[in-house]
Design a protein around this ligand. Structure first.
Ligand code: SAM
Ligand code: SF4
Length: 327
């Protein structure tokens, strides 16, 4: 079991498999992209499997595959096949933009991978295409509906972006009327590769909830696991649920159970902290199992207590892009 220096058990790894993406969401990276890592700087599939085996042996029982867009890696399913056989790993989840998942839906089901988070920040086509800077609306929408109807546990992540998509919050909730899906509204964070700087946000979780309350005054709160980052709600009579994630307000740090490893091997112990070390060369050296274990224990043993504490120490952290961090 991994336990951090604030006595929080760490059992959840967010593992990025690439920093590349076929979309260019304007809250995530600049139009021209970022300085993407060269292929030899990314972990290979064998290395990702080995890394997963090591962390699972030390108490990680949930791995979320993220990116960049995980499905731009042509060998992603090879990784997922191996992870699905890994004893002790109880939950494999994927976060995706759902543009490329279509051909893999049947196999994901066969592998027992049920938890899929999809980013969709607008239900209106023009708004969606303006935010993502690409024309993939139909593919994304149809894949989301297919995933839901095939029985996946789908959560839609919608970042509330001032001046861009907040008029879509209520229409997006309509999906939960007809489908068993969870729509989660996230606060925007300033990890966009330097394209936009801000110190405060207008659309924090309280404002989002007030906005929803004006139309659906009868919604009520649901019980959530202690380590959940979302506050979850239901509108009576609706099939699905909705949630808010205070990712910028950071109300959930006290129960944070997660560790992040970027596609290039950076170990990130808090979203608001810089990488504390890099595992890639260690993975390519001798005594891999022992050395990786040692580094992970070191990272987990020196975590910031909260995102605010981390931000204080790493003032320039906001030049990062979420496509490198993995969300
Ligand atoms: N490409 C996949 C996707 O979009 O779902 C996975 C990677 S993406 C970086 C992971 C998550 O980070 C997504 O839910 C995305 O909406 C979120 N994200 C990206 N930039 C963000 C930002 N500036 N503030 C808050 N969330 C952000
Ligand atoms: Fe790509 Fe996801 Fe970033 Fe959008 S949020 S640009 S889909 S990595």
């Amino acid at each position: 079991m991994l336990v951090d220096n604030h006595n929080r058990a760490i059992n959840y790894l967010r593992l990025a498999v690439t920093d590349r993406c076929n979309l260019r969401c304007n809250y995530c990276m600049p139009e021209e992209g970022i300085n993407f890592a060269k292929n030899d700087k990314l972990f290979t599939i064998d290395e990702l499997v080995r890394l997963s085996e090591i962390v699972v042996a030390h108490g990680i029982d949930k791995i979320r595959i993220t990116g960049g867009e995980p499905f731009v890696r042509k060998d992603l399913m090879v990784l997922l096949r191996s992870l699905s056989k890994l004893e002790g790993l109880n939950d494999i989840s994927v976060t995706t933009n759902a543009t490329l998942i279509g051909p893999h839906i049947n196999e994901l089901k066969e592998l027992g991978i049920k938890n899929i988070n999809v980013s969709m920040d607008a239900i209106n086509r023009e708004t969606f295409e303006r935010i993502t800077r690409r024309n993939e609306y139909d593919v994304v929408y149809n894949n989301i509906i297919r995933l839901i109807t095939e029985g996946f546990n789908v959560r839609i992540n919608f970042i509330a972006l001032e001046g861009q998509n907040t008029e879509d919050i209520i229409p997006m909730l309509e999906l939960t009327k007809h489908y068993d899906v969870s729509v989660r509204f996230l606060e925007e964070m300033p990890f966009n590769g330097g394209s936009k700087k801000f110190q405060t946000i207008k659309w924090d979780f309280k404002t989002i909830l007030e906005h929803i309350r004006n139309t659906h005054s009868e919604y009520y709160k649901l019980e959530s696991p202690k380590t959940s980052t979302s506050l979850n709600y239901k509108i009576p009579g609706f099939k699905g649920t909705f949630g808010v994630i205070p990712s910028f307000s950071r109300t959930f740090c006290g129960s944070c159970n997660r560790l992040r490893i970027s596609a290039t091997g950076d170990v990130i112990t808090c979203l608001y902290a810089k990488a504390s070390m890099n595992l890639r060369d260690i993975m390519r050296g001798d005594d891999v199992t022992e050395n990786i274990k040692e580094q992970i224990l070191k990272a987990v043993g020196s975590r910031a207590k909260t995102g605010f504490e981390a931000q204080e120490k790493y003032k320039d952290v906001f030049s990062n892009s979420m496509t490198s961090i993995g969300g």
